[in-house]
Ligand binder design. Sequence first.
Ligand code: SF4
Length: 440
Amino acid sequence: MPTAIEIFKHLPKKNCGECRNPTCLAFAMQLANAKAKLEDCPYISEAGKAALASSSAPPIRLIKVGVDHRVIEIGDETELYRHEKRFFNPTRYSTEVDDSMTDEAIEREVLASNRMRFERVGQTMTLDLLTVRSKVGGQRFVQAVEVAASGTERPLVIMTRSPSDMRSAGLKVRTRRPLLHCADAENYKEMAAVAKELGCPLVVYEDKGLNELADLVAKVKAVGIEDIVLDFGAKDLKTLLERSTIIRKLSVRKVFRGLGYPIFVSAPRAERMQFGAVATMKYGGIVSFDSLPPEEAFPLFVLRQNIYTDPQVPIQVKADLYPVNGPDETSPILFTTNFSLTYFTVMADIEKSKVPVWLQVVDTEGLSVLTAYAAGKLTAEAVNRALERSNARTRSRSNTLIIPGMVARMAAKLGEVTGMKVIVGPKESSGVPKFLKGLQ
Ligand code: SF4
């Protein structure tokens, strides 16, 4: 990314404010931090646009696989370390079927992988792609691609070294814009021609080393392919970690565009969890597993969720009144903050108690109870406003408000402001079930 000063040199310097920044320099600083778009300035010259567009293009190219609502995006990353800003497009997980399987076995496998679904902190996690691998080839491969594609809406990875098989299979599913795996040193001219004809992104494969991979990428680019994904054929974890890190460093720190593409990883069965974890933490774009049982998928999804959330923005839930265990108007109201982890922990503990309760979530900008209280975002007035907005006192006529024990010192003020009977609850959420049962 160019610096603010480098960007500033190409701006019109009118300081007109039409880009919603007071000066061109302020706009340059916003652009450098990816908080504004070049198009926001209507006066920038064509030459300026051209200069900035190429230098401000992300060091890792954005690649889209699939279409419409099932499109997945990989790449478009700008950071080496997550804490520097954030990572944007999460590592995507694919499971595989192959053409040595019967049609029935492919259908069963696709259905099972479609059904894998987890909920965590309000997010739904599912597998992202389906890979169809060639083992038999020829017409059987084309059939296998058709059978697999008809069983899922997930974007596809078509995996064969044969350009003619790739073309035949790709033509059947080209409207879904699959990822073609792969062009290698032998087939790259023909494979690039197929990718061009189908308008699909192409994986470039070279396991000899990164110099050789960069050379092959240059050849593929020279014949007009821009949407490229890299596969350096890692056979062990050391190679995976080393090469992924070198590619990211070269792209982000040195802006070396020859390897500025997302990375594709095939996880070997014996070490699929380790490969999945390393690729998730260290810059993998897509990881393809020959199979991924739910008990191994879930920890990977959780790892991915942790790495790809914005560290500067706490995950939040909507501030509202939530019924738990079928409350009625005699049930008490208990409040907590809209920090996602707090909400889900408290919600689970209330559910455990089986006691009907109204859970009022107060907007504290995603801060937990004690942090929000210390920051002045969890006040008696804020709680009262939340109760008013959700009509809580119409839905619960118990006039009883249970507050987290951590903020017991709010009790008196809260009673005054809300006019409700305030009961101090336990300090820890784990104490909620026993506490609620004791109230009955
Ligand atoms: S709109 Fe363009 S010319 Fe006007 S202040 Fe912004 S950057 Fe400068």
